[in-house]
Write a protein that binds this ligand. Structure first.
Ligand code: ADP
Length: 442
């Protein structure tokens, strides 16, 4: 049974129960007024009023009398039959109607049957008459209303309750189809970019749609980084593997001298080291994008940290370059130490690699607009304006011949990923032949 049907049935059942409860309540509280023998009701009400009349200091006190009760209208007359007080209907004129003690009479007024009952209250010195009038029907007008409500209005209310419940739940669950369609197309692998993007609908569904969309986003990113990893790895490893296989072939030839053999081993070793570096770099990058390694952020003194990194820095090849630090004191930031060290190392390594021989590299840290700005500046070869946007791409290198010295073209991609991981940005300012400055804002 669908949720829509269940909800609507529940609504209807509740309305039905409520109506039955109200009906029972009305009948229990005022049952006698709406049903029962009218003669019995008439005599009871008049007799009760008779008992409530008091005579004090030569005056009647009839304040406690019920002049209208259980459908019975009562009126009070003096000993001479003159009307004193009471609930009289304008359409029924009882003024000339003789008062008769203890007699129950039937009379017709305006085409309706009534019962009349009079009693004389004797107070020795004086007396009064109490007359009761009731419609001679076993069910009163109130009962007719209840019957009308029960048999005409109640079914309409039930239909309304069912229809309303159905409509509300239909409206609430309609966006579900959109969510299911998006989930289906993603699980079918046909369209990873599918999103629900629910603009209208109940707030709960909009929330659900937003969480699904962010989950789909993560899924898409995760699939794409994996795909990228596989394609990058297979592409980049192809060359070193070919070189290794060629060297193995060469080494196996019988007429090779021990020097040739050692050369082949050296080439294989270098290629293997390159491969290992490349795989490590790629893995680090993929993990960062993937979020598989949970890099924790911690608030710490970035100034001290930068100085420590610069102090520990060992260039891959020392070309007589001088490193200076221009670090503002006491800059605090939330960062991951391992990643930040990697970022600084990569930038310094590049500055030394592409810097001028016996040149100058400067590491700067300052605060601007509440953000920490870290920069590494060199006075080396610089970057051509056309290449400025390309340097952040994986494996991109201005001069691929440097690949043999162990560069993989992943360093700056990692720098950018780390900066973005910290909610920051990475950019470069460079002029060919003069030098470059890499600026990281976090
Ligand atoms: P790798 O240094 O391993 O080649 P990177 O991703 O670190 O890879 O750098 C990509 C490319 O950007 C380099 O090959 C180089 O052409 C250029 N580049 C990086 N840093 C500098 C720099 N400080 N000066 C000039 N060019 C640079």
């Amino acid at each position: 049974m669908s949720i829509k049907l269940r909800t609507s049935l529940w609504f209807t059942l509740m309305v039905l129960l409520l109506s039955v409860m109200i009906l029972v309540f009305v009948l229990v509280i005022n049952g006698a007024a709406v049903t029962g023998d009218p003669a019995e009701r008439l005599v009871k009400v008049v007799t009760k009023n008779t008992e409530d009349v008091e005579f004090d200091n030569g005056k009647f006190d009839w304040d406690d009398l019920d002049l209208y009760k259980k459908g019975v209208s009562c009126s009070v007359y003096n000993i001479d039959g003159e009307f004193l007080k009471g609930a009289v209907s304008e359409s029924i004129d009882l003024s000339g109607y003789p008062l008769k003690d203890g007699l129950l009479r039937e009379e017709s007024f305006n085409g309706k049957d009534y019962l009349i009952y009079d009693t004389y209250v004797d107070m020795d010195v004086s007396g009064i008459w109490i007359r009761g009038l009731v419609e001679n029907v076993w069910s009163s007008g109130l009962m007719d209303t209840i019957i009308t409500l029960t048999f005409i209005l109640l079914p309409s209310i039930l239909v309304l309750a069912f229809g309303g419940g159905w409509l509300i739940s239909w409206g609430a669950f309609r966006p579900m189809n959109k969510i299911l369609a998006a989930a289906d197309s993603i699980s079918g692998g046909s369209d990873l970019s599918a999103r629900i993007n629910l603009k209208r609908g109940p707030s709960e569904m909009k929330k659900l749609s937003r969480s699904f969309d962010s989950m789909f986003e993560r899924l898409q990113k995760s699939f794409e980084t994996e795909r990228q990893f596989a394609s990058d790895a297979s592409h980049e490893l192809r060359t070193p593997i070919t070189v290794i296989l060629a060297q193995c072939d060469r080494a196996k030839r019988k007429d090779k001298t021990p020097e040739d053999f050692t050369n082949s081993i050296n080439v294989i070793e270098e290629q293997t080291r390159n491969m290992s570096q490349l795989v490590q770099g790629l893995l680090g990058l993929t993990r960062l994008q993937h979020g598989t390694d949970r890099y924790k952020l911690k608030k710490a003194d970035l100034s001290q940290f930068c100085l420590a990194c610069a102090g520990e820095f060992v260039p891959e090849d020392d070309r007589g370059i001088e490193l200076t630090c221009n670090v503002e004191n006491g800059i605090e930031a939330e960062f991951n130490a391992a990643l930040m060290q990697r970022l600084i190392q990569n930038l310094l390594q590049n500055a030394y690699k592409y810097g001028r021989e016996k040149g100058h590299v400067c590491l700067t840290l300052k605060k601007a607009d509440g953000r920490a700005v870290l920069s590494v500046k060199d006075d080396g070869i610089g970057i051509a304006p056309d290449d400025i946007d390309k340097i952040w791409q994986r494996f991109w290198q201005a001069d691929p011949s440097r690949n043999e010295s162990g560069s993989s073209g992943l360093g700056l991609s990692m720098v950018k990923e780390i900066a973005e991981f910290h909610g920051g940005t990475a950019r470069v300012e460079s002029s060919p032949g003069k030098g470059s400055e890499f600026i990281i804002t976090i």
